[in-house]
Design a protein around this ligand. Structure first.
Ligand SMILES: Nc1ncnc2c1ncn2[C@@H]1O[C@H](COP(=O)(O)OP(=O)(O)OP(=O)(O)O)[C@@H](O)[C@H]1O
Ligand SMILES: [Mg+2]
Length: 112
């Protein structure tokens, strides 16, 4: 199992959620976050205005998925979240050791 953390532009969240649902992703966690990339937050466009702040608003999506859907999920996120402008975001992938569904006690592949 893999965890995918995708930092994206907030206005892309609905599209990304829908595209992921379309390929059968059944759960995700979303947070409002702030961050910067290599432009250090300066001079990035957000909702048509040029922001001059240290941290720009972003949305973080976290998904834990089975290995066999990883590549498809990454393709969907990249294709849907890309505008081609700076600040489109970044995706981090890590291994997940264990997953437990609290209600049933099911684990791992049965629980994602
Ligand atoms: N190395 C990193 N570690 C953790 N979070 C990061 C890292 N790089 C980017 N982020 C997060 O992703 C958000 C978007 O980053 P961004 O797309 O600006 O990356 P970039 O490397 O500057 O690429 P680009 O040149 O396309 O803007 C940042 O605001 C931050 O929240
Ligand atoms: Mg950047």
């Amino acid at each position: 199992m893999k965890k995918v953390e995708a930092i994206i532009k907030p206005f892309k969240l609905d599209d990304v959620r829908e595209s992921l649902a379309d390929i059968g992703i059944t759960g995700m966690t979303v947070s409002e976050v702030k961050g910067f990339g290599r432009q250090k937050g300066h001079t990035e466009l957000y909702r048509g205005a040029e922001y001059m702040v240290d941290f720009l608003p972003k949305v973080k999506i976290e998904l834990v998925i089975q290995d066999d859907v990883l590549d498809q999920a990454l393709d969907v996120i990249v294709d849907t979240a890309r505008t081609g402008k700076i600040g489109d975001g970044k995706i981090f992938v890590t291994d997940v050791e264990r997953v437990i569904r609290i209600r049933t006690g099911e684990e791992n592949e049965d629980a994602v």
